[in-house]
Design a binder for this molecule. Structure first.
Ligand SMILES: NC(=O)c1ccc[n+]([C@@H]2O[C@H](COP(=O)([O-])OP(=O)(O)OC[C@H]3O[C@@H](n4cnc5c(N)ncnc54)[C@H](OP(=O)(O)O)[C@@H]3O)[C@@H](O)[C@H]2O)c1
Length: 248
C-alpha cells in the first residue's frame, strides 16, 4: 500500500516521482465507459496511437466502433468478473471512464455505481495484472477527506482514495469542463447544445480558465502518456492533463 505522502506529489514534472515506470510501448489497454463521452474520446486516442497494440472495451452496451485492434466484451454484471477472468489477463493499463451523475440519486445508489462498481473492476484487474496502471476518471472538486457536505464529491473522493491505495500504479484524472473533440458527442441533449455553443470559444475558454477546462482528446492523450511513462503526481488536475497532452 502507498502512503498518503507517496500518493500526492504536487510537481508538474514527469518521470521524477514514486510512480515512475516505463512499460513496453506495445500496450494492451482496457477501457470501461467507452459508450460515454469521456470513454469515447479516450477510445479514439487509443485507436490512433501506434504504441497501443490492443484495446479491449468492456461494458453493458456496445460502443458501436469497429477497428482491427479493438475487441469488445459485452458484460452485464460489471460487479462480477469471475466468468471473464481469462479475457482480463495480459493487460497493461485500464482507462476507467465509466461513471454516472449524482442528480436524482440517493447516496447509496450513487455510491454503488461510483465506488462499488469501480472498486470491483479495479480489484479484478489488479489481481490478474499486478503491474497494471489504473487510470480513474474522477472530477474537479472532489473531496478526499470523505467528510464534506457535497455528496458526489465525498463519494468520488472515497473512490479516489481507494483506487490510489489498491494499485501500485494508479492515477486519478480530475477534469472540470470537458469539450468533446473529434466527433465525440455527449448522450445528453442539453450538454450537446452547450458543447456546440462553446465549441468555437474553447481556445478562449482555455486561455482564461486553464485550470478548469480540458477536452476529450487531452484526457485520452494524457492517460496514454501516463500509462506509458508514469507521472510524478498521482492526481492530475485540468492543468496537468492539458500540459501533458500539449507536450506530446
Ligand atoms: N462529462 C463531463 O463534463 C465530465 C466532467 C468531469 C468529470 N466527468 C466524469 O467522467 C466520467 C464519465 O463521464 P461521461 O460524461 O463520459 O458520462 P456518460 O457520457 O454519461 O457515460 C457514462 C458511461 O458509464 C457507463 N455507465 C454508467 N452507469 C452505468 C452502470 N450502472 N452500469 C454500467 N455502466 C454504466 C455508461 O454505459 P452505458 O452506455 O451502458 O449506459 C457510459 O459508458 C464520470 O465519472 C463523470 O463524473 C465528466
Amino acid at each position: 500500500m502507498k502512503t498518503q505522502a507517496e500518493q500526492v506529489i504536487h510537481s508538474p514534472t514527469r518521470n521524477n516521482g514514486p510512480s515512475v515506470h516505463t512499460i513496453d510501448p506495445n500496450m494492451n489497454a482496457v477501457i470501461f465507459g467507452a459508450t460515454g463521452m469521456v470513454g469515447a474520446g479516450v477510445l479514439v486516442e487509443c485507436l490512433d496511437d501506434p504504441r497501443i497494440k490492443s484495446v479491449l472495451v468492456i461494458g453493458r452496451n456496445s460502443c458501436s466502433v469497429t477497428h482491427p485492434k479493438l475487441r469488445e466484451l459485452l458484460h452485464q454484471d460489471l460487479f462480477d468478473y469471475s466468468d471473464i477472468r481469462d479475457d482480463l489477463r495480459n493487460l497493461d493499463a485500464c482507462f476507467f471512464c465509466l461513471g454516472t451523475s449524482s442528480v436524482g440519486k440517493s447516496e447509496a445508489d450513487y455510491r454503488r455505481i461510483t465506488f462499488d462498481l469501480t472498486i470491483a473492476a479495479a480489484n479484478s484487474l489488479i489481481n490478474l495484472n499486478p503491474s497494471l496502471t489504473f487510470c480513474y476518471v474522477s472530477g474537479e472538486g472532489t473531496d478526499r477527506t470523505e467528510q464534506g457536505r457535497i455528496m458526489w464529491a465525498r463519494v468520488k473522493g472515497r473512490t479516489e482514495n481507494r483506487v490510489l491505495d489498491m494499485a501500485e500504479s494508479a492515477y486519478v484524472f480530475r477534469p472540470g469542463y470537458i469539450q468533446p473533440f473529434k466527433g465525440v458527442r455527449s448522450r445528453f441533449r442539453a450538454y450537446r447544445l452547450m458543447h456546440s455553443v462553446l465549441d468555437p470559444f474553447y481556445p478562449l475558454l482555455n486561455r482564461i480558465l486553464p485550470k478548469h477546462v480540458t477536452t476529450t482528446e487531452n484526457i485520452g492523450r494524457a492517460m496514454i502518456e501516463v500509462a506509458l511513462e508514469g507521472y510524478s503526481n498521482t492526481i492530475l488536475e485540468n492543468r496537468d492533463i492539458n500540459s501533458f497532452a500539449a507536450a506530446t
